[in-house]
Write a protein that binds this ligand. Structure first.
Ligand SMILES: Cc1ncc(COP(=O)(O)O)c(C=O)c1O
Length: 383
């Protein structure tokens, strides 16, 4: 049968690495997972309990398209708690993960052929979703001296209809501080470009609180998710905050594209928002793991790294060790039994010389993974 050209998106390489790791495990190998961008912990106990109760006494049919009113109100409350922002719940849209939020945001804001700027390295699905929607991703090569985040001068002459940023970012973990974020938002607005802020790693911060674009302006789409801080990746529930006069447009699209986000997941997500103690225990693990990585990776020969401000990744420059990060990652999986992600997922050009290490799993796994990496690097004569 015929195919569309816009359906020709690249594979998500980390998914291929996960599959290779799974196959190695099936063949009896023990693998340490530093490839996956997800917590090893389940949804908070309160979330699972709330769902068990709801399953016993509710049909859990469709919800309204914008999401359960109680969940939208609780998300609005979070903006008061985290940022001191007074947010009208009517502007909150519950989505099928932040991934569903991207589809809604891109279809609401852009027409076929519109150009949307995204930083490289960056989360790979941005450009693939844009392509699948007949939009043009415009890659902005970010500089190490700008901590791998775009800066206003990068936007000159790009003729963008949209700009998307992530802070903390995947894979670098770097954040945009308030002046840097405000400057990008102003520059985008001056060019008539819509601004989208991916804030999925908010809550997972180490030195200082991440700044929300909503602290700076209401003329922005903010996208977030229950996947990371709330430890609910597989539940597929996230949210978006949009300008007041966009709500109805988004609602019409959401009704038709998704009907609603999973009702069961919305019930669990609402309870997860009050599971502060358990979520902070997860944070204590990430904090400890981050320190282990910052100490252990250089000792294992991966010394071209920068401390991440947030998220749970270390992005390493390995260009002195390889010009083929995909083959290098395959060799590390094969010989060391550690799954890591080649940078090519995040940066199609420079990513041939980078690797992303995730430290979202247990501290024991991180210690074992670092020991294996050090052994591998010594045994293969790389340090
Ligand atoms: C920066 C970034 N945005 C979005 C996503 C997608 O997350 P979700 O599970 O909310 O769809 C990820 C997943 O790793 C990510 O790293």
């Amino acid at each position: 049968m015929r195919n569309s050209t816009r359906g020709e998106v690249d594979p998500f390489i980390v998914m291929d690495v996960m599959e290779a790791a799974r196959a190695a495990e099936e063949a009896g190998r023990h693998v340490i997972h530093m490839e996956v961008g997800q917590p090893g912990t389940p949804a908070p106990a309160a979330a699972r309990d709330a769902l068990a109760r709801a399953m016993a006494d509710q049909p859990l049919g469709y919800t309204v398209a914008l999401g359960l009113p109680a969940l939208r109100a609780r998300i609005a409350q979070l903006y008061g708690e985290w940022y001191g922002v007074d947010l009208d719940p009517a502007r909150v849209v519950v989505t099928p993960g932040s991934s569903g939020g991207f589809i809604l945001a891109f279809t609401t804001l852009f027409d076929a052929g519109d150009r949307v700027g995204i930083g490289a390295p960056g989360y790979p699905s941005y450009r693939q979703i844009l392509r699948a929607l007949d939009l043009e991703p415009v890659m902005i090569d970010t500089a190490p001296e700008n901590r791998l985040q775009p800066v206003p001068s990068d936007l000159a002459g790009l003729d963008l209809q949209g700009l998307m940023v992530a802070s903390p970012a995947n894979p670098s973990g770097t954040m945009l501080d308030r002046p840097a974020l405000a400057a990008l938002m102003e520059t985008a607005q001056a060019q008539g470009a819509g601004f989208i802020s991916d804030e999925i790693y908010h809550g997972i911060e180490y030195e200082q609180k991440a700044v929300s674009a909503l602290e700076i302006s209401d003329e922005v789409y903010v996208i977030n998710s229950f996947s990371k801080y709330f430890s609910m990746t597989g539940w597929r529930v996230g949210w978006m905050v949009v300008p007041e006069d966009h709500v109805r447009r988004v609602e019409r699209l959401a009704q038709n594209l998704f009907i609603c986000p999973s009702h069961a997941s919305q019930v669990a997500a609402l309870a997860a928002m009050d599971a502060g103690d358990e979520l902070e225990q997860n944070m204590a693990v990430y904090r400890r793991n981050r320190q282990l990585m910052l100490d252990g990776l250089p000792k294992a020969g991966f010394d071209r790294i920068a401390p991440p401000d947030g998220a749970f990744y270390v992005y390493a420059d390995v260009s002195h060790l390889t010009d083929d990060s995909r083959a290098f990652a395959a060799e590390i999986l094969d010989k060391a039994g550690v799954a890591v992600t080649p940078g090519l997922d995040f940066d199609t050009a420079r990513g041939a010389g980078t690797l992303r290490f995730s430290y979202a799993r247990s501290t024991e796994d991180i210690e074992e993974g670092l020991a294996r990496l050090a052994r591998f690097m010594a045994e293969t004569g790389r340090m």
